[in-house]
Design a protein around this ligand. Structure first.
Ligand SMILES: [Mg+2]
Length: 240
């Protein structure tokens, strides 16, 4: 019996780096100061895991509804710059998701299984996170961002791109994702998708949302994921 996957594609934010949660409350407070009646929860539900361009389009539309007219270029830019600055001010609070190092050590030892990061982040932000947390030696050149493709998640492009770069068929890939948009993207790429709810931003009904989006299974911690890979590996070894 061979290992069921030839590659594992990791989302970054909310899976490896606990970044989705950083500055969220401050961001919601900032937006409420600009007339948005969004709680932190609303903010997560609307935008978690989305690429910047889609996020900006959604925010712009909502801002237009508040203003009762389309926001002009300058006022929208001011709004979004302030929002980015608000979250950036809390970047020092960002950490790796608990158990990430052990999980990565485990998957690096899986025979014949390649790994990559496939993220909705821009490349500069993504590289910064990968380097800051010492993940570069784990992934090498296989760190792929929204900048590599024309359509962000929930479109399948980033996972198809990463699979191609790894030289693996997308159907032989396992995608690990924390957001419903990301799960949908993995499903659209015809990969197997496992949801992950161990990020700090996950709401109580998050596992259900990931299943609804097409995740085959959902894991609450990296420890559980590490155990599952260990099980798959020992079953494979027992069969050969
Ligand atoms: Mg994510």
């Amino acid at each position: 019996m061979s290992f069921p996957f030839d590659a594992i594609l990791f989302d970054c934010d909310g899976v490896l780096v606990d970044s989705e949660v950083v500055g969220l409350e401050d961001a919601a407070a900032y937006l409420s100061g600009h007339g948005f009646a969004w709680t932190t929860e609303d903010f997560i539900r609307r935008f978690s895991g989305m690429r910047y361009d889609r996020f900006a389009a959604g925010l712009r539309e909502a801002y237009g509804q508040i203003l009762g007219r389309d926001a002009d270029e300058r006022e929208f830019e001011e709004l979004i710059d302030g929002l980015i600055e608000t979250r950036r001010a809390k970047r020092h609070t960002m950490t790796l998701v608990t158990g990430t190092e052990d999980l990565l050590r485990m998957v690096q030892g899986l025979p014949g299984v390649r790994i990559a990061v496939a993220s909705s982040s821009g490349q500069a932000f993504l590289d910064d996170k990968i380097d800051r947390y010492g993940l570069r030696p784990v992934f090498g050149q296989h760190v792929y961002s929204a900048d590599h493709v024309s359509h962000g998640k929930p479109a399948p492009d980033i996972f198809l791109f990463a699979a191609t770069r790894l030289g693996v068929a997308a159907e032989r890939c396992l995608v690990i994702e924390d957001s419903a948009h990301g799960v949908a993207a993995g499903v659209a790429a015809e990969a197997t998708v496992w949801g992950f709810t161990g990020g700090g931003h996950c709401l109580p009904d998050h596992a259900e949302a990931l299943i609804d989006a097409g995740a085959e299974r959902v894991f609450a911690t990296h420890e559980q994921l590490t155990d599952e890979f260990t099980n798959l590996l020992s079953r494979r070894e027992a069969a050969t």
